[in-house]
Design a protein around this ligand. Structure first.
Ligand SMILES: [Mn+2]
Length: 237
């Protein structure tokens, strides 16, 4: 979808043509078990976070974000995460599996501390997840915004932003595994992204984009534009 997208952002008045953008290619994960796949993702994320001003991952199953955050933390031990998602993803296990799109953030909390976690745009999860989120995370909200007090606590700490495309309303992103009504418009999500300017965002992923269930390519178009704006926002001076 990026081929049909302009490299210039009129809102930011910046152009991808002025930046060095490197595609590190796809990760071959299909033959790996989940632990090995997460290790592969983590190594790639550490390499990207260690060399680029902004490391980006595109997916794909949201479990991969656990590997992405692990890799980013190797380079930036003080890093925190901001997740924009319809779902809390905080179950301790899901259908008997420890590592899934519904549990990956629980692992982030257990491995690095639940106080590293900031969640926005939430509107789905079971009662235990909501209790855990409300009791332990730095911020968990149904709103797509971060209060000033939360921003001030993050200060200049390195930030990993994880966007589940299902934070958008299914009307704006129908091509995803778990569409959840009552979501955001693309403009609202872009505005949230712009609101993060000034934070030290060093890594970002956009996950759960499934073009195969979206014949109109609305979802991929949204993801591509969001990534362009993110690059121009956080990687350009
Ligand atoms: Mn989700």
């Amino acid at each position: 979808m990026s081929e049909s997208l302009e490299s210039y952002s009129p809102i930011l008045d910046r152009d991808l043509a002025d930046l060095a953008v490197i595609d590190l290619g796809n990760l071959e994960l299909n033959h790996l078990n989940i632990e090995a796949a997460l290790d592969t993702i983590s190594q790639a994320a550490a390499k990207a976070a260690g060399t680029a001003k902004l490391a980006i991952m595109l997916g794909g199953e949201h479990t991969a974000s656990l590997g992405g955050f692990r890799g980013m933390k190797r380079v930036h031990p003080d890093g925190v995460i901001i997740q924009a998602d319809a779902h809390l993803d905080m179950r301790p296990d899901y259908e008997g599996q420890p590592f899934t799109h519904a549990t990956w953030l629980h692992h982030v909390g257990e491995e690095f501390g639940f106080d590293r976690i900031h969640q926005v745009g939430l509107r789905s999860g079971d009662r235990a997840e909501w209790r855990l989120a409300r009791g332990t995370t730095a911020w968990s909200s149904t709103e797509l915004s971060l209060p000033t007090s939360v921003r001030e606590r993050i200060e200049k700490r390195p930030v990993y932003v994880s966007v589940d495309i299902d934070v958008l309303d299914p009307a704006h992103a129908p091509g995803t595994g778990c569409p959840e009504p009552g979501g955001m418009t693309f403009r609202e999500l872009a505005s949230f992204l712009y609101s993060l300017e000034g934070l030290n965002v060093v890594a970002l992923d956009v996950m759960e984009v499934s073009p195969n269930v979206d014949p109109a390519n609305i979802t991929a178009a949204a993801a591509a534009k969001l990534v362009r704006e993110a690059i121009l926002l956080f990687a350009a001076e």
